[in-house]
Design a protein around this ligand. Structure first.
Ligand SMILES: NC(=O)c1ccc[n+]([C@@H]2O[C@H](COP(=O)([O-])OP(=O)(O)OC[C@H]3O[C@@H](n4cnc5c(N)ncnc54)[C@H](OP(=O)(O)O)[C@@H]3O)[C@@H](O)[C@H]2O)c1
Length: 318
């Protein structure tokens, strides 16, 4: 039995959050998600409110989401939020950002858009090809000392990159607290590439992005009913994937029915939230989706059901 805890601590930080967060890439992004076409800023605000009212306490954004729009929306929402939330954002390691000054300028931009003086969790969005990890962690440690950042995380880092980041921060008396990587029933790579076990060993929370496989695990996309927009052209999101999907969706539906009508998406998120040290952050375009995602918590599937899901998704454990 592996019941989902009421709260989880992010790494060794004092950030204690609900075991399901909310992703904010959707709030402002036109190219992948079609923000402004079919849903608007007021839908994003309603999604924020629905998430917080349903008990979500961590919001994940990034400076590149909607070219700053997501951070602005999150900042505006947080200011009028009925409850305190932990805000996580990300530094984009663009090739033009080659030194301390450019990193600090990016951080100041995020602080301004979010309208805060300190960011709870500042993550490096992907491994930085130009600044060595040790130097980048040193710059971020300075940001912590300056009071602009509370905790440091990374994203899309391999085991070796995590270890280097952790060792560099340890020299400054700090700890790496999270690594945000893709993890879902349709992308179980962290179980086999060593990242999840390294996270547990290093006391680093694995923040699971695309936990609904960008919508595939909702069951609404089927062979002949492809994903809209540019999503269908992304790796592993095309027609071939849709053809392999039905057995997974059937099992999610069956388990959902056995628990009073939970949706496939809620069952898929529940399975992920059961994994120790894993924090899923589904993205929602509106209040209905946000509320529904929060309904992934508050109930437990059985071990046997969880095992069945692990079994039916084995081909994605690569
Ligand atoms: N660090 C990174 O490199 C990285 C990369 C990707 C994402 N992220 C983070 O992870 C978050 C989540 O990942 P994601 O946005 O890629 O994908 P996701 O959470 O797997 O899927 C989100 C999409 O699924 C659909 N959906 C969500 N909830 C639904 C519901 N209850 N019912 C029906 N449809 C629903 C919506 O799209 P439709 O309605 O259009 O189908 C929504 O935009 C992002 O917001 C972002 O914060 C980080």
């Amino acid at each position: 039995m592996n019941p989902i805890p009421n709260t989880i601590q992010i790494g060794s930080s004092d950030l204690r959050v609900a075991p399901l967060g909310a992703g904010a890439w959707q709030w402002g992004d036109r190219m992948t998600w079609g923000f402004g076409r079919g849903y608007t800023r007021s839908d994003a605000e309603a999604a924020f409110l629905a998430s917080v009212n349903a008990g979500v306490t961590l919001i994940d954004t990034a400076e590149i989401y909607g070219n700053g729009t997501s951070e602005r929306i999150v900042g505006d929402c947080v200011r009028i939020s009925p409850r305190p939330v932990v805000v996580a954002t990300k530094f984009a390691p663009l090739p033009t950002r080659i030194g301390r000054r450019t990193v600090m300028r990016a951080l100041d931009g995020s602080l301004a858009r979010l309208g805060v003086s300190c960011i709870d969790l500042y993550q490096v969005h992907w491994p930085f090809p130009i600044i060595p990890i040790e130097m980048l962690m040193d710059i971020l440690a300075d940001a912590v000392e300056m009071g602009k950042v509370r905790y440091i995380g990374v994203s899309n880092y391999s085991v070796e990159q995590m270890r280097r980041a952790q060792a560099a921060l340890a020299k400054r008396g700090l700890a790496l607290v999270s690594n945000q990587v893709e993890y879902s029933l349709l992308h179980r790579t962290p179980e086999v590439d060593g990242v999840w076990s390294a996270c547990r060993e290093l006391n680093v929370t694995l923040i699971a992005y695309s936990p609904l496989a960008k919508g595939l695990l909702t069951g609404k996309y089927k062979p002949g009913q492809p994903l809209p927009g540019t999503r269908r052209f992304m790796s592993g999101m095309g027609g071939h994937m849709l053809e392999r999907l039905p057995p997974v969706i059937q099992l999610l539906t069956q388990i959902g029915e056995a628990h009073g009508g939970k949706t496939p998406a809620q069952v898929a998120l529940n399975w992920l939230a059961r994994q120790p040290g894993v924090l899923p952050i589904p993205g929602a375009k509106n209040a209905k989706q946000a509320e529904s995602n929060a309904g992934a918590l508050g109930w437990d599937m059985t071990d046997a059901e969880s095992d069945q899901l692990s079994q039916v998704s084995l081909e994605w454990r690569v």
